[in-house]
Design a protein around this ligand. Structure first.
Ligand code: DP6
Length: 316
């Protein structure tokens, strides 16, 4: 290790979701997904020589996923022990894609600290081994993640300047979710009667989403994204025991976005494995939508984001 290195990465918001794995060890999704990386929310991760401790937002943590990942990369690339110091400016483990930003920043910092010279595709593969959605946060703008022949391919579809969308992230709880995404996916695959049809509809949604994003057809992108999100939550709710990631405020936010849309504001919503709502806005209406969402009782914070950059090194 030549020196310490720090990297920054952002969460990405899936417009067509990944929910279900074909291979748990290699972390290969069962269906293709498509996301946009946002700015403003970020993980800063520093990798430094010495002890193999993991400090997350100032606290020493034992995280089995991070431990398994560091053991694996050290073993495969013959690296010495290294410590990790990571901080986020948003709540972790609550459906805001902290593991996506976290693993994308981590592999970028490891690559720089050990001068490994990884390509974007290699960093994306390593990020995926930590958390599959992290493969997409290596890239800015719009990104696709597709299972292919027992492996997985990530493609940077369009850069951040392709479309000046805004995303308002409405935080409705800062609590850690009781069931992680990894565990939730296993439960859905094993018990939800809707799982097989969910995978089929993801393939169709992905095929329709790509050209809709290419042609910046906001209404069509919104229709596909909302239906894909609601179907994923239907699969979750159909699991045994059921997985309900929403709270009452989640529904209140959806309600106010539907009212805004009826009033002519071009906006759609999507929700990941947690109670937070992400409102995607066209026409520069993000600030207006944020003010509206701030007033919804139960909303703790509403953050206005734009389409963001991929993971990058920020120094030592
Ligand atoms: C609902 O990537 O966090 O946000 O691969 O097990 O770490 P693991 O899961 P993770 O799941 C993300 C699920 C999602 C949808 C998405 O981002 O595509």
């Amino acid at each position: 290790m030549t020196s310490s290195a720090t990297a920054e990465a952002h969460p990405n918001i899936a417009l067509v979701k990944y929910w279900g794995k074909e291979d748990d060890v290699l972390n290969i999704p069962s269906s293709p997904s498509l996301s946009l990386t946002i700015d403003r929310l970020s993980a800063h991760t520093r990798v430094l020589p010495g002890s193999d401790s993991f400090l997350l937002n100032g606290e020493l943590v034992q995280d089995p996923k991070t431990r398994a990942w560091t053991d694996r990369i050290r073993r495969e690339l013959h690296l010495p022990a290294f410590g990790i110091e990571s901080s986020t400016n948003f709540p972790v483990g609550s459906g805001l894609a902290s593991s996506a930003a976290g693993f994308a920043a981590l592999v970028t910092a490891v690559d720089s600290a050990f001068e490994l010279g990884m390509s974007d595709a290699e960093r994306s593969r390593w990020a995926r081994l930590g958390s599959a959605s992290a493969a997409r946060s290596i890239f800015g703008g719009f990104c696709a993640l597709e299972p292919r022949d027992g492996d997985c391919e990530t493609s940077a579809l369009f850069g951040r300047s392709h479309w000046d969308l805004e995303v308002v992230v409405a935080v409705t709880s800062r609590r850690r979710k009781p069931v992680s995404s990894t565990e939730g996916m296993v439960r859905c695959k094993e018990t939800s009667p809707y799982f097989a049809s969910w995978l089929q509809s993801c393939g169709e949604d992905f095929a329709a989403m790509r050209p809709a994003v290419a042609s910046k057809d906001f209404e069509h992108v919104g229709e596909i994204a909302e239906s894909n999100c609601l179907r994923m939550h239907a699969v979750m709710m159909g699991a045994v025991p059921p997985l309900v990631y929403w709270n009452a405020t989640t529904l209140a936010v959806i309600d106010s976005l539907v009212l805004l849309r009826e009033a002519g504001i071009r906006v759609f919503y999507t929700i990941d494995a947690g109670p937070q709502v992400k409102a995607v806005c066209a026409d520069g209406s993000g600030a207006f939508v944020r003010e509206r969402l701030r007033k919804v009782p139960g909303v703790l914070e509403a953050v206005l984001c734009r389409v963001g950059e991929g993971a990058r090194v920020k120094g030592n």
